[in-house]
Write a protein that binds this ligand. Structure first.
Ligand SMILES: Nc1ncnc2c1ncn2[C@@H]1O[C@H](COP(=O)(O)OP(=O)(O)OP(=O)(O)O)[C@@H](O)[C@H]1O
Ligand SMILES: O=P(O)(O)OC[C@H]1O[C@H](OP(=O)(O)O)[C@H](O)[C@@H]1O
Length: 192
């Protein structure tokens, strides 16, 4: 028997190429939505120490493997392992909306796992991605090139697209509006 899908609250995965600005726009949207107790922002678990401005949790590869069965979702990319923790399962079960930075390559697996998955695709032109990754300074040389070369396709059209070429404040406001609209629509649908 297949396990029940995680929900009924919606999971909004923000995906797109490295350097597009996913974390930046998520941080900005979180500030816009600070008064919304029904909207949760997931903290990723990653087998990498946090860099400047990053707020993810860090696990060693051994600890990650040991906790794998408890994760709401997990995936590998860039030689690292990523996960959304068990608190995400509880938030969705309560009907809350959860927002997380996700992986394009893992969307087919995520669709098998969540009752209501909404995809936000954040993009920017290649030269902008390269400039932003270099300016961020977290990766160097070959790692920057490898990130730019990683272009898994989306498995289906996204529910919302942000071309993040304006200011971060503009992109954050667009993302916050989509998140609030999704949360409101899902709550209204649950009441009928
Ligand atoms: N609209 C914007 N204008 C200018 N700079 C931006 C904008 N959005 C993001 N940035 C900058 O681009 C860099 C990359 O952004 P960020 O780390 O949020 O991207 P990401 O998509 O989460 O990348 P990754 O998948 O590699 O973690 C950061 O230094 C960030 O400050
Ligand atoms: O290329 P795809 O499959 O979309 O995803 C790759 C993963 O790597 C990036 O994380 P980070 O730059 O390490 O924080 C993305 O946010 C995602 O989690």
């Amino acid at each position: 028997m297949r396990p029940a899908l995680l929900g009924p609250g919606p999971l909004i995965l923000v995906v797109g190429p490295s350097g597009a600005g996913k974390d930046t726009l998520i941080d900005g949207a979180r500030a816009h939505l600070a008064d919304r107790a029904d909207i949760r922002f997931a903290r990723r678990l990653v087998t990498r120490a946090p860099g400047a401005g990053e707020a993810h949790g860090t696990l060693t590869p051994d600890a990650f493997a040991a906790q794998r069965a408890t994760f709401a979702l997990h995936w590998d990319a860039h030689g690292l392992s990523y996960a959304l923790g068990p608190e995400v399962v509880a938030w969705l079960a309560a009907g809350d909306t959860v927002v997380a930075n996700g992986s394009r390559a893992t969307l087919p697996a995520a669709r098998q796992r969540f009752a209501m998955l909404q995809i936000v695709h954040v993009t920017a032109p290649p030269e902008v991605l390269a400039q932003r990754i270099a300016a961020r300074g977290r990766e160097t040389g070959g790692d920057v090139a490898a990130r730019l070369a990683r272009t898994p396709p989306l498995d289906a059209p996204p529910q919302f697209e942000i071309e993040n070429v304006g200011t971060a404040a503009e992109g954050s406001a667009q993302l916050a509006a989509f998140i609030a609209r999704t949360a409101d629509e899902c709550r209204a649908a649950a009441r009928t």
